[in-house]
Every structure is written in C-alpha cells, then in structure tokens.
Design a protein around this ligand. Structure first.
Ligand code: ADP
Length: 543
C-alpha cells in the first residue's frame, strides 16, 4: 500500500470526486511514466486498467502523439476520421483539435510529458503564438463539462513546477498540481525487493540496507543501479550504491546540495559538553524513543569560525540516524536571477524528500542578511520560500533544520524570530581541558604517532585557539617532524611546542564573534560556566 498522503491518494480523490480531470504532476515524475512508456504500477494497474480507458496516449514535443497499443491508435483514427493520421508529429496548434475531439468522445487518458517545453514559464506577452494556442487548449480542457462527463483524464508531467507557465494554475481553470515526492524508505524497500526478486544481480547487502542507503533516489535511479550492476557484473555493495547515488544526485542538484555520509560521532569532538548534552537529550533520545514531537524544528549554532559547528552537525546526523544534506547557499545565489529561484525550490524539495533529514546551512548570515534589498543579496522570493520551508510545522520530527553563523548580528531578524529556531546554541572557544582533548582527538584522527600522553601543557600554551587552529598546529607539527626525521615522524613534546610557536591564533575576530554568540544565546544552561557570569552582567546592564 502507498503511505498516507501520497500523490496517488490525492490525485485519485480529486479525480473521483470530480474536482478535476486535469492534473499537473511535478518533481519526481520520472517514476510515474518514463520515456519507455513504463508506467507506475498504481497509475497502470489501479487507475487505467480498472477504469477501462479506451485510449491511453502520450504526447511530448519531440515524439509527438503515440499510443499504448495499436488498437488504441486505430480507435483514435476512427474518432478523428483519419484526419490526424499524418499529424502525429505536428505542433499543438494542428494536433490538439483532434486530441480535443478524442477526449470528448471516448474515455481517454492523455499524458503530456515535458509540459514545460510546450507552455514554458514567463510572461504571456513573450510567449510565441504556438505556445499561446497550446496554453488555451490546455486550460480549456480543464473546464470542459464534456470531458468531465466522458471521464477522460489529462495528466501533465513536469520535473520542475517553476518551469511551467503560471497561467494554468489560475483559479479560473481547474488544473490541479500534484506533488510527486521521492519514495520513502518502506516504498524503496518494497521496490528493491521486487527488483531483486529475479536473482539477476548479486548483492552484498540486505534489502533493508539498500533501502536505507538509497534515500533521495527515485525508483528509476534505483533501477539504474541494478541495471549498472548487471551490466558491469559487479555485486551491489555499500560502495557501489554510494558511488552511483553520488553521480545521480550530482546530476539532479548540481553542487548546491551536498549529501553527507557522517562518519564522525560525538566522541570525535572535543569539549562542547553543554551542546552535546542538549542534542542528546532533545534530539537523539527522543528520536530513538519515537517521540518526534519533542524534536526541535530548527537549531541555530552561533560562534566563531573553526570551533567545530559543522562537526557537531555531522555527529548529530550520525547519532540520530537521520540523513544529512548541506545546502550551499552561495551556489544558489550565484546563479541567474529566476534560475536561482527555481533551483532553490527544487533543492528544498530534494532536501525535504530525504526525510528523516538534517538540513544544514552554513554561514547563513551571508545568504540572508538584515536589510538586504532584493538585488544586492538574495531575492525576496528565495527568502520567503526559505521562511516558509523552515516554518512548516508538518516537517516536525522529519526535518531538522540547522544553521550555523559567526555573525548572528547580521542575520535578517525575520529568520531569528521565535518559532523558527527552537534553540540557539553558542559554540565557543574550548577551555584548557577541552583543548587537551582536541589535541588528542586530532592526533588520533590523522593517526599521527606521538610519545606525549598528557596534552595539558600544550593546552595551556594555546589559550584562545579554536579547534581548527589546534588542527593547524598538529599538522604543522607533523610537517616539522617530517622535515627532521631523526626520530621518525613521531610528534614529540618539543616538536608540538615548536609548532605552537609558529601558528598564532586570530584572536581579535574570535573575541568579537564570541561576544555576539553570547548575546544571541537565550538559554543560560547552554553557556559554558565561565561565560554565565557575562550573561548575568549583561542582564543587569539591561535593567
Ligand atoms: P566551524 O563549522 O565552526 O567553522 P568546523 O566544524 O568546520 O568549524 O571545524 C574545522 C575543523 O577543526 C574540523 O574539521 C576539525 O578537524 C577541527 N575542530 C574544530 N573544533 C573541534 C573540536 N571541538 N573537536 C575536534 N576537532 C575540532
């Protein structure tokens, strides 16, 4: 069975109740009908076959009009008195009048694929005459009582809703847009089991694992993975799927969405005890218990660069088992106006369809600055799209939106308003004990050899260093060890001390950003003890 709220249910109830007989399916439409006329099982078995449609036809601008079988083509030619038999590849203005006749005379399903190529988005005034004629036919069909009484159905398909002329969604017509999402984990599993049942490919992983790994993929892409494995004679493994998935998603969303496969856990992050504790208590444990209502919708991480905000997000993804997607806003904003809006919407849908998912935006202040007018920064539409996405309460428990910033003061206030970010967590400079931990963790991460057991001395020498700066020190130490390999590449105490001398922290900026993060913090419990008194002083000043 399809899960509740799926596109098929919403389509069927609208068709059945007579609300509409013309639909615009968008987003993951390649799973509905692909170029080889392979149709989604629900559309074919449940809808078309059960309802005895006399004609099932497909139209797109490059292939013209084609039919599911020869009998149907014959039927079409009878209805149109053979007048259209030479016009199957003609432009809409010549062919659509005949399709109109068929739709009104027999129970017919008409698929119009790549509808954005027929009636593209944009000003009506800039449409060609051909496009305008097609637009009129398409709109008129939606309000035709004749078509409705015959029971014909028109299904238009577009990958991206924003590419299609807005005219058709005006209320004077009755064309219903239907969002077709990507299959969820259980739908993928069902499909994978069906795909693998013929035993034509070998797998090194279970259907459950395959289903989990294939988040964000359409059924069509899953099928492609199977076909590639078959063609290349390579069994389906974790690596195989990861590689294929990467190339599919890259094609789909370009460099804007980055899909993260987190490998680090909370134990790989030094310090941040308060932040970790908050995330474990309010995100990880509730998720494990299935109490999704408690999970925050949005979290804002504030603090100087290099303090490990990104790391924390990835560790949270790993601990919660959620997927993780990073949106690179600078790439969206770098695109042409108009183009960027369309792509942004697609990216949000892409990110959302990975649910359960953590959607991460780094340096959010750079994308949504206070007081930015449309042209210098992000356009209003993108911003409102973003606000809508982050404020959508139906996403609670499915999408956790996390943003990071070192300049919360520059963020647009609308974004910071209560409700959008349930929590603002300050991520500040590590104290001495934390720095010692970070030294140890980073040396381990690179598998560097060291004869030092207690890093506290170095922690004392690195006051005001961020985690990223400690990483620089460790890498510098390795560099020094390699230059002078009398003792191999072991990081001795002398070498680490020398490296510290050579890498200075960028103190000024960091202190300023620390103050901003403390300013932003609205929950004293999340502040490390040494900063709590600062918040108290501030509150006193405010009085
Ligand atoms: P931010 O997102 O706050 O700018 P990052 O998470 O990108 O910082 O940190 C940069 C790098 O510094 C990380 O990849 C990691 O190697 C190191 N690092 C920073 N903070 C820590 C920490 N607390 N524990 C371990 N490594 C850290």
């Amino acid at each position: 069975m399809l899960s509740e709220g799926s596109w098929y249910d919403s389509f069927l109830s609208k068709y059945r109740s007579g609300i509409s007989h013309e639909f615009l399916f968008y987003f993951n439409v390649r799973d509905l009908v692909d170029n080889y006329r392979y149709m989604d099982r629900y559309i074919y078995e449940e809808f078309i076959k059960k309802r005895n449609f006399g004609i099932v036809a497909f139209y797109d601008i490059s292939r013209g009009l084609t039919f599911l079988d020869a009998g149907m083509e014959k039927e079409f030619n009878i209805i149109t008195s053979n007048e259209a038999s030479n016009l199957m590849n003609a432009m809409p203005s010549r062919l659509f009048p005949y399709i109109d006749r068929a739709l009104k005379n027999t129970k017919m399903v008409l698929f119009i694929d790549h509808v954005e190529k027929i009636i593209p988005a944009g000003d009506i005034a800039s449409m060609t005459l051909e496009e305008r004629i097609a637009l009129i036919w398409i709109c008129e069909w939606s309000v035709s009582p004749k078509i409705s009484s015959v029971g014909s159905c028109i299904m238009m398909l577009a990958d991206n809703l924003a590419d299609v002329s807005r005219e058709i969604l005006k209320s004077s017509y009755r064309i219903e847009p239907i969002f077709v999402g990507l299959p969820d984990e259980s739908q993928r599993k069902e499909y994978i089991e069906y795909l693998l049942s013929d035993g034509s490919v070998k797998t090194e992983i279970s259907a459950d694992e395959f289903a989990k790994l294939s988040s964000g993929l359409s059924k069509k892409s899953i099928k492609d993975i199977k076909l590639k494995s078959e063609a290349e004679g390579i069994p389906i493994s974790f690596e195989f799927i990861k590689e294929k998935k990467h190339s599919v998603l890259q094609k789909e969303y370009g460099d804007v969405l980055e899909f993260i496969y987190p490998e680090i856990g909370f134990e790989d992050i030094g310090g941040m005890d308060k932040a970790k504790e908050y995330l474990l208590k309010n995100v990880v444990y509730p998720i494990r218990k299935g109490d999704l209502r408690r999970v925050p919708m949005g979290i804002l991480l504030c603090g100087p660069s290099g303090t490990g905000k990104t790391l924390l997000v990835y560790a949270l993804a790993k601990a919660s088992g959620f997927n993780c997607v990073k949106i690179d806003m600078s790439r969206i904003l770098g695109q042409y106006v108009g183009e960027s809006e369309k792509n942004f919407k697609k990216c949000l849908l892409g990110a959302q369809s990975q649910h359960p998912v953590i959607v991460f935006v780094d340096e959010i202040d750079q994308a949504f600055r206070r007081g930015d007018s449309g042209d210098s920064g992000v356009s209003r539409n993108i911003f409102s799209e973003f606000l809508q996405f982050t404020g959508d309460t139906s996403n609670r428990g499915k999408v956790i939106f996390i943003a990071a910033t070192n300049r919360p003061d520059l963020m647009d206030p609308a974004l910071k308003r209560a409700g959008r970010f349930d929590k603002k967590i300050p991520i500040l400079l590590p104290d001495a004990r934390e720095r010692a931990e970070i030294f140890r963790i980073i040396i381990n991460k690179y598998r560097f050899e060291t004869d030092v057991e207690d890093f506290m001395v170095f922690a004392e020498q690195t006051e005001n260093y961020t985690g990223a700066e400690i990483e620089t020190v460790v890498r510098k130490a390795y560099e020094l060890a390699c230059e002078d390999d009398r003792e191999g590449t072991v990081l001795t105490a002398d070498i680490i001390s020398e490296a510290i001398k050579r890498c200075r922290p960028s103190t000024q900026q960091v202190q300023f950003m620390t103050m901003l993060a403390i300013e932003e913090c609205d929950d004293k419990d999340l502040l490390p003890d040494k900063y709590k008194s600062l918040l108290d002083e501030r509150n006193m000043d405010d009085r």
